[in-house]
Ligand binder design. Sequence first.
Ligand code: CA
Length: 327
Amino acid sequence: MSDRTLSPTARDDRPLVIAHRGASGYLPEHTQEAKALAYAMGADFLEQDVVASRDDVLIVSHDIHLDRVSDVAARFPNRRRDDGRFYVRDFDLAELKTLNIQERLNDDASGPAFPGRFPLGQGQFRIVTLAQEIELVQGLNRSTGRNVGIYPEIKAPAWHHQEGVDVAAMLLQMLAHYGYESKQDPVFVQCFDAQELKRLRQDLGCQLRLIQLVGENSWAESATDYDQMRTAQGLAKLARVADGIGPWIDQLYTLAEIDGQPVSSGLVRMAHDAGLQVHPYTFRADAFPQGFDSYNELVCWFVYELKIDGLFTDFTDLTLDILRSSR
Ligand code: CA
């Protein structure tokens, strides 16, 4: 067993491998099966996206909606909102537990988002609460002797506040209950909303490591100005609150006009200069960003050229294979 598997809280010779929604390249995202598989594959951290149910239970789900990943429309046809969507927030845990979770649909729900992955509608998978997932990770840590971390994301905090629920405060309380209280503990808390991250640190007294996710202003993910954030000044300001950034892969490079080869955008260096770690998303072996021809090339360029500190991947196993064989 290497030092890395015992201590995911400090960087040594390779970046942290964060299992994005679990082993989501192989099993429906955020199911217990996908998390157990990612754990077995050797992930350093397992990611949880966190939303609230009607009865104020923290649920692990990427979307505030249920319709892209479950059979909710067939089972509760009358529970859609005016926008046609089904919301986790409109269901009690007992109802959520009756849903079949399945492989993610694409944006217009016409087919699977990733056609080569787990077959749509096959298998029996259930929605997972955050408490259940933490107990899975801590139970496995005990039975294996490893120290795998958790990496919860507070989803749509402004929307949740409108719905009358404070997910950040509930999350901190739950993390404290399970022993996650300081920067030394194996946890990162992530959020796209800079105001909420600041609130966690300054108003809610959060001592944990915080990661500011970085999107594009055009995504309308939050009121945060990501263009301003990606300047030296913006990053220096952010470093007073956060320990790192989680940028989108495409924000870290451009393609050279002369030969089409990837070139650093400078963001990793600027973030490092500000004292921030960099954990980009999302590394997928079945969908490469422009300019890369293989998964090996993609991982190696970001790790050895850009020197990122961690990465979110749907493919923990392939990523670790590459990191081990390319050292
Ligand atoms: Ca996430």
